[in-house]
Design a protein around this ligand. Structure first.
Ligand code: GTP
Ligand code: MG
Length: 473
């Protein structure tokens, strides 16, 4: 059932200046007419009841002032602004009405109940956007971006989501699809009219075309996946080091609050401490850990085990050492844990150093990016923040990658499969496999691209995708 009229409170639960009840479907205007009485500003509370409006009285894309009344007696519920938008040029593609009332839970619930009494059904999570998608107002990549826009925690995350919402990701995918569709059509024409094959189809040219216009753009999208995940979910950043090097001091510095206990005694932090923050537009989930060193204390040992696990899970490790003390055997043990992972070597306490050269970086550690700083004075913190955020731009710096589009996990899984088909297609082109075989791979690739864009998806998959939305979106 996709043609009934749905309604939901579109604003967050709780108290606010305004709250919005949204209605979409063929009965939206009829329902609005039943619960809304127009009124001129300042005269809303006059004694004579103005006439109710019929669906055809509502102009499209207009806002009217008035009040919501409970039929049949007309008890006043709230003073509101009513927006009416006639389909198909609306969010869902259907007739849409938004009742802008006051944002209190009781008002909102009462208005919603009235709307439901008049024939609307409560909307499922994401159902407005699902209808927008089903009515062709947006492709699936744009619908998925709606959630990303709402959930974006930083400006950079929002930029990515907005680019997808605008359709930039979909455009890249559609361009590849048109290349493969065209190839598929030519292959199938060749099968039907074998004598014409050489005219419509030249193997080396086709191969070069696939390389440039299918394989490369898809591979670039895959490369952007990590960045996309980090912007959507947050960069998992863990501070690791021996006791007392200043890990907790750094955490407090980055958070700009005294979040964690800092003390001159080693073994101060025993558990993981996790906080979310924004570093130069990148959403970060920062974890402070217990200092790693050999110990018999059972509690500390658990903390150390947790520290190692946190480092394994993280996208980036800040390997911190005490610049005054110099690299020790215990530091070397930690280096062994982090060396295969993206890591920044943080040399702390430079306020106590005469000069940087006073700290000798072991030769083996030379491949790590190094940042000298003082968690106590704050010197060098900006350098560390830049290094953290820059890691994300690695691909852009090297000249590949669409920095502003990146697949989510669902899209990446599809693209991985499409690439398998494209690669096979290219191998078979080179081996001289018959057109029938090539056509099968081209078909598979096109189907994968359809899946990314949401064409011909099963109801089950759609439910899964839109189930992640909030009610009212
Ligand atoms: N001079 C100076 N002292 C620092 C700096 N950073 C931390 N300290 C001091 O070093 C001591 C240990 O700091 P913490 O931040 O608790 O160190 P930690 O690595 O979290 O220690 P554990 O939790 O025990 O593993 C404290 O006395 C801090 O004030 C720094 O940049 N310069
Ligand atoms: Mg600590």
């Amino acid at each position: 059932m996709e043609n009934d009229t749905i309604a939901a409170i579109a604003t967050p639960k709780g108290w606010g200046g305004i709250g919005i009840v949204k209605i979409s479907g063929s009965d939206a205007f009829h329902i609005a007419g039943a619960v809304f009485r127009p009124g001129r500003s300042g005269s809303a509370m006059e004694e004579t009841t103005p006439p109710s409006l019929r669906p055809e009285d509502f102009k499209s894309h207009r806002i009217r002032y008035g009040r919501v009344e409970k039929p049949p007696k007309g008890r006043i519920i709230d003073e509101v602004l009513l927006s009416t938008m006639r389909g198909p040029h609306t969010y869902t593609g259907e007739d849409v009405v938004e009742i802008n009332g006051h944002g209190g839970p009781a008002v909102m619930r009462t208005i919603l109940e009235l709307v439901v009494e008049q024939g609307a059904r409560l909307a499922d999570p994401g159902e407005f956007t699902k209808r927008a998608f089903l009515n062709g107002r947006m492709d699936l990549t744009q619908a998925e971006a709606v959630v990303d826009v709402i959930q974006a925690k930083t400006e950079r995350a929002l930029q990515l989501a907005a680019a997808h919402l605008e359709g930039r990701f979909g455009t890249v995918v559609r361009r590849v699809r048109s290349v493969l569709t065209d190839l598929r059509v030519r292959l199938e024409a060749g099968i039907d009219f074998p004598e014409a094959v050489s005219e419509v189809f030249d193997r080396p040219t086709t191969s070069a075309l696939l390389e440039k216009q299918a394989k490369r753009p898809l591979a670039r999208l895959i490369k952007g996946f990590r960045n996309g995940r980090i912007l959507r979910e947050g960069l998992r950043l863990t501070v690791l080091g021996t006791p007392n090097v200043g890990k907790s001091s750094l955490m407090n510095r980055l958070l700009k609050t005294e979040r964690v206990i800092v003390a001159p005694v080693p073994g101060t932090t025993r558990d993981l401490v996790e906080e979310a923050l924004d570093i130069n537009g990148v959403p970060v989930i920062l974890t402070d850990t217990a200092g790693i060193h050999p110990t018999a204390d059972p509690v500390e040992r658990i903390g150390i085990q947790k520290a190692r696990e946190a480092a394994e899970r993280s996208d980036l490790v800040l390997f911190m050492v005490d610049g005054v003390r110099g690299a020790t055997e215990a530091d070397e043990t930690i280096y062994q844990v982090v060396r295969a992972q993206p890591t920044i070597l943080v040399i702390n306490k430079i306020d106590l150093l005469e000069e940087r050269a006073a700290f000798h970086v072991p030769q083996k550690w030379g491949h790590l990016e190094q940042v000298y700083l003082s968690a106590r004075t704050g010197e060098g913190i900006d350098r560390l923040e830049r290094a953290i955020a820059n890691g994300l731009d690695e691909e852009r710096r090297h000249g590949h990658g669409f920095s502003d589009v990146a697949p989510n996990l669902r899209q990446k899984d599809c693209i991985d499969r499409i690439l398998v088909s494209v690669n096979r297609l290219m191998d078979e082109l080179a081996n001289g496999s018959p057109e029938e075989i090539l056509a099968i791979d081209a078909k598979e690739a096109v189907e994968g691209l359809n899946e990314v864009l949401g064409d011909h998806l099963s109801e089950e998959i759609l439910e899964q995708i839109f189930g992640r939305f909030c009610v009212g979106k």
